[in-house]
Design a protein around this ligand. Sequence first.
Ligand code: HEM
Length: 392
Amino acid sequence: MKQTTISIVKSTVPVLEQHGQAITTRFYEMLFEQYPSLKNVFNQTNQKTGRQQMALANTVYAAAQYIDRLETLLPVVKQIAHKHRSIGVKAEHYPIVGEFLLKAIKDVLKEAATDEIMEAWKEAYGAIADVFISVEQELYEEAEEKGWKDYKKLMVHKKVIEAEDVYSFYLVSPDQKALPAFLPGQYVSVRIPGQEYLSIRQYSLSGYPNQPYYKITVKKEKQMEDGVVSTYLHDQLKEGDLLEVSVPAGDFVLKENSKSVFISGGVGITPMMSMLHQALENNQEVTFIHSAKNEQFHAMKQELQLLSETYKFEQHVFYSQAQTDQHDEHITYGRLTKKELAKYAGDKHAYYYVCGSSSFTQMVLEGLAEMGISQENIMYESFGPKMSMTPS
Ligand code: HEM
């Protein structure tokens, strides 16, 4: 890429960011008008709430800051690429998204977006898209080798209640074929039919690897807008029914190390369970910290109990809504705060795995940073979208 192009792109990023909302809104309007079938791919709840739709455009702008050294973004690209692959985003979607993103930029900025600026952005988008396409291509090949390319109908073998509003589903291959192996911490995309369009969501695999089934644990989202898929799974999907599932994806996975600290909030416990099991199997020293509203909402409590009978590990559970004066050595009745966290975490050599709502994750990340834990030792996944492309 020519130096002038790089300079134009970098110097116009702040302008695009300033008009972020307007550009994004226009982008999706035009995209869905021309290609309504893409509503089968994009989470329409995110569109309605506006929560995630900024992620794509913002990430393009953020990546543009690194246009002359895109390779530094690879770790972040990989994480998004895993999600794209599990959803079913294809190489042929990129020029379409690019076309409408550029049109939206022109529509909003009007004459300020000169031909020279538009040409530079076209080139930059192409370079960024190429990085995603090539990473995703590899992931598709891996998925196909292991199992299948897009979605496969798996059968609900068992549906069990785990806690208030939380069900686990055990999914098996109806053709008796073994399911592709997964790494503890990975998730699958699940696709269900809707009134007009398909809906896709991601759920962590909460079971252990090398089982004849995949287990997902799903909390019913109370607000109807949020809960299209979880409501369907809870209220309609029965044992014996089929469900479209992707090959497992994700790079929030257990790493080799002598010590792991797991810190989860609410249903963030789901990826932790398979990582915890694996870490204990690998003889790692483990601290498990979990925060739930109360006992009723403490998903996978029994499984945790079973693990603690078999293996030795430190366990600290916080119930933010104290309901009882019952005594249990593992349980603290009160909220998990940075101060409480510091009592049980802080080992600079440990690896930290954090999963929960975005506010929970943020609190924990701040707490760990204050304890002087290096960013390299912290892996996290929050329920909301990660919007920043800035490498740490
Ligand atoms: C999610 C970036 C291209 C479809 C995301 C996320 C980011 C992102 C940051 C959020 C990831 C997370 O939740 O952790 C980008 C960038 C692109 C690009 C930088 C271009 C260079 C595309 C294309 C499609 C697509 C071509 C398909 C038409 C999606 C979908 C999601 C997503 C469906 C899930 C969120 C939702 O459904 O609302 N993308 N993306 N993206 N992306 Fe992309």
